[in-house]
Design a protein around this ligand. Structure first.
Ligand code: UDX
Ligand code: ADP
Length: 486
């Protein structure tokens, strides 16, 4: 029997010497949107465990050690401040943290490849592989390595092989998959009370050690254990199903606009069917975020790789529909504004991919902004948590060619036609139109009567989230265009 973290014992199914006796020190490589909040929650709930979060990005680590955290997430600041200096540390001392820890989480970025084999589909595993190598070089005795980053199926196998082949003599490893299901904006709630925790692995002992970490605050029935590949595939599948629901409702929104049906009425009507359920049926300008598109593309790549082109095509359509929805939104803006937005000011409200986060990865706003500036519009953006530097960086990345080069023409457009404002009112001043991109609560409290008077007429409002009171806006005088409504 092996003693695990909270004093409980677990069955030993393989060599006793292979496993650490109890988890006292955890390290997490990668202090991002997943690693930071997850480790803060573990530290806050497991006072008996020292948690060390490491990253190669010094600036990010400095921010984690300050009062201005690098990521915005409701409730995060409080749990970080409470645990920091006690059992939660942030540093760039990657090697030292690995040497001292019993359990190492890999939580680094795995973006979609933009080059070579699998370009535009497969995940770039460069950072994961580098982590595996640095773990191997700095490990003595036994370590449990936990994959936290979303990874293609069978990555654990590759990680395991690197650890075994590059590790020091006597070093042993167990690899677990523990995909993260938190959604940004509600990360703390999701971590505090998850629908489930999923742990995949071959070693019952290692699984038990991680079960005991989560078991400190999550009930055991919610902790699902599987084999490695099932765990890895479940993460991709969960995100593919969620994204598919958004693309499905968005597809119907296009039909609603064409036929006069109302997407919110349709969503309510179908959502009351208990087999369908009401969640994730909110039509929008298109889904964004670091996971949905990347995970579906990963799934598509896997299916192609395993000779399943029909399955690959089926899932790829979810991404295609999302691209269609984003493009449809910009086209609608241009079409309604007399087929030209050239030299017109458009106020963009929101740039983050959803409310309550400063994350802009794959945000629909980047694509719509690109389309509008290519039509020579002047776009002024207000987002409560996103700055101009990030916005320009996102646009430059999107508009660059395959080699990462930006034409002088596009650089000029980004530098000259994109501005930021510090409030919705300032953004809308003298604007010809408002495009609402992110469902920030504060946009529902804006004084639209005052905004209307400050805008050019006719004053257009394109609500990409169906957030605002359409009747009230039309009464004020706005020409309102919502998603899935004529
Ligand atoms: C998602 C998964 O929900 C989470 O479990 C996983 O760990 C990471 O990926 P996240 O991307 O943070 O989380 O946010 P989510 O709430 O899923 O929203 C993703 C995108 O879909 C956002 O752009 C959101 O605005 C959009 N969306 C969501 C809709 O347009 N309509 C909906 O009904 C729901
Ligand atoms: P996620 O949303 O998955 O958390 P992020 O991009 O927010 O992704 O965070 C990933 C973090 O991993 C980044 O801060 C990056 O600097 C860090 N990182 C990448 N490679 C390494 C590495 N080899 N060692 C330490 N940190 C790394």
């Amino acid at each position: 029997m092996t003693e695990c973290t909270n004093g409980q014992t677990s069955l030993n199914t393989h060599d006793e010497t292979m496993i650490t006796k109890s988890i006292k020190k955890i390290c997490c490589i990668g202090a991002g949107y997943v690693g930071g909040p997850t480790m803060a929650m573990i530290a806050s709930r497991c006072k008996h465990i020292q948690v060390h979060v490491v990253d190669i990005n010094q600036e990010r680590i400095n921010a984690w050690n300050s009062d201005e955290l690098p990521i915005y997430e409701p409730g995060l600041q409080q749990i970080v401040s409470d645990a920091r200096g006690e059992n939660l540390t942030f540093s760039t001392r990657v090697e030292e943290a690995i040497q001292e820890s019993d359990m190492i989480f890999i939580s680094v970025n795995t973006p979609t490849k933009t080059f070579g084999i699998g370009n535009g589909r497969a995940s770039n595993l460069e950072y994961v592989e580098k982590c595996a190598r640095v773990i191997a070089e700095n490990s003595d005795g036994h370590k449990i390595v936990v994959e936290k980053s979303t990874l293609p199926v069978r990555t654990a196998e590759a990680v395991q092989r690197i650890l075994i082949s590059s590790g020091k003599p006597g070093a042993t490893f167990d690899v677990l998959s523990n995909p993260e299901f938190l959604a940004e904006g509600t990360a703390i709630e999701d971590l505090e009370d998850p629908d489930r925790v999923l742990i995949g692995g071959d070693s019952e002992q290692a699984i038990q050690c991680l079960v005991d970490v989560y078991g400190t605050w999550v009930s055991r029935e919610k902790i699902i254990t599987t084999n490695l590949w099932s765990s890895e595939l479940s993460k991709l599948t969960a995100n593919a199903f969620l994204a598919q629901r958004v693309s499905s409702i968005n597809a119907i929104s296009a039909l609603c606009e064409a036929t006069g049906a109302n997407i919110e009425e349709v969503a309510r009507a179908i959502g009351t069917d208990s087999r369908i359920g009401p969640k994730f049926l909110k039509a929008s300008v298109g889904f964004g975020g670091s996971c949905f598109q990347k995970d579906i593309l990963n799934l598509v790549y896997l299916c192609e790789h395993f000779g399943l082109p029909e399955v690959a095509e089926y899932w790829y359509q979810v991404v295609r529909m999302n691209d269609f929805q984003k493009r449809r939104f910009s086209t609608r803006i241009v079409r309604h504004m007399f087929n030209t937005v050239s030299d017109k000011k458009i106020a963009m409200l929101g740039f983050a991919f959803k409310k309550d986060t400063n994350d802009t990865r794959e945000s629909a706003a980047i694509y719509v902004c690109r389309d509008l500036i290519q039509e020579r519009a002047r776009v002024t953006i207000y987002d409560p948590k996103v700055n101009l530097e990030q916005i320009r960086h996102d646009l430059k990345t999107l508009m660059a060619n395959g080699q990462g080069e930006l034409s002088a023409h596009d650089r000029n457009l980004i530098d000259n036609n994109v501005r930021i404002a510090h409030s919705a009112e300032e953004a809308a001043q003298n604007a010809h139109a408002i495009a609402l991109m992110t469902e920030w609560e504060e946009f529902t409290k804006v004084d639209f009567e005052q905004i209307y008077t400050s805008m050019k007429k006719p004053a257009f409002l394109f609500d990409g989230r169906n957030l605002l009171d359409r009747d009230m806006l039309m009464d004020i005088g706005f020409e309102v265009h919502s998603i899935g409504k004529c």
